[in-house]
Design a protein around this ligand. Structure first.
Ligand SMILES: Nc1ncnc2c1ncn2[C@@H]1O[C@H](COP(=O)(O)OP(=O)(O)OP(=O)(O)O)[C@@H](O)[C@H]1O
Ligand SMILES: [Mg+2]
Length: 240
């Protein structure tokens, strides 16, 4: 579903690579967690996946499409919610959702059904006719999630999605992620919440100073670390 092959990125004239020769594979049906200390290169990697940054080296294949060869087709395969979604403040929530559905050519019946379902789940139905500028931070984030789910993407890419969500919304999002993958689609997300990553991810990659230092299921990561500890403890040991 998502394949990174020896991907590197250096910002400007910096000596150190922000992302250094990163390769991994996210399979269909998989929730894949991306963890690492601040500044490790998670957001940079995500921005290359969603074509906001171009790698200096390497290839990124999304659902069989090379995102540097056919950017438009690659973009149809995923949706992306950044770590701090910035939405048009002056339009209403419902207008934003219509815009997203139009961009992705979502048939009317499907957009209505999904809008209805996700607005309900995230409890923002009542605010949907108000301008986005009047929303709280969490409400904006929920609206961005609904907008990203409206075209039922093959790959759902999220940068630190739990930050700013209340416990109920966070719970619902985890449920949506699992349901998404149960239908053969995939989720790729970064997080600092390691107990969540440990619980919900099928596989996890740990990045440190731009390099992948571990990738696998929790069982595989434990086995390689020679430890039965939590992801948090293994992470702290590996990233010290
Ligand atoms: N626009 C930029 N220009 C120059 N350097 C940058 C830029 N964005 C990020 N970096 C650098 O690239 C490295 C990786 O940053 P990145 O934002 O990818 O980390 P991250 O893993 O997402 O961190 P966090 O957990 O804090 O979100 C850091 O050293 C950072 O300072
Ligand atoms: Mg980041």
């Amino acid at each position: 579903m998502l394949k990174l092959d020896e991907v590197s990125k250096t910002y400007g004239n910096k000596k150190e690579k922000a992302v250094d020769n990163v390769s991994f594979h996210v399979h269909p049906g998989e929730i894949f967690g991306f963890v690492g200390p601040n500044g490790a290169g998670k957001t940079t990697t995500i921005k290359m996946i969603v074509s906001l940054l171009t790698p200096n080296n390497g290839k990124i294949i999304i659902n069989g499409i090379d995102n540097q060869e056919d950017i438009q087709e690659a973009k149809k395969q995923f949706s992306y919610v950044p770590d701090n979604p910035e939405l048009f403040e002056k339009i209403k929530g419902i207008e934003y959702l219509k815009f997203m559905a139009d961009v992705y050519d979502v048939p009317v019946a499907e957009r209505q059904q999904r809008t209805e379902k996700f607005l309900d789940v995230f409890e923002i139905k009542e605010a949907i006719n108000d301008p986005i500028g009047s929303y709280s931070h969490g409400m904006k984030q929920k609206l961005a999630l609904v907008g990203a789910l409206i075209h039922d993407p093959q790959l759902f890419v999220l940068d630190e999605p739990m930050v700013g969500l209340d416990p109920k919304a966070s719970f619902e999002l985890k449920k949506i992620m699992r349901e998404h993958c149960d239908r053969g689609r995939s989720v790729f997300f970064s997080t600092h919440v390691l107990d969540v990553a440990e619980k919900i991810c099928d596989r996890i990659a740990i990045i440190k100073k731009g390099k992948i230092i571990e990738v696998g299921t929790m069982a595989e990561i434990r086995e390689k670390a020679g430890s039965q500890e939590s992801l948090e403890n293994i992470f702290l040991e590996l990233t010290e």
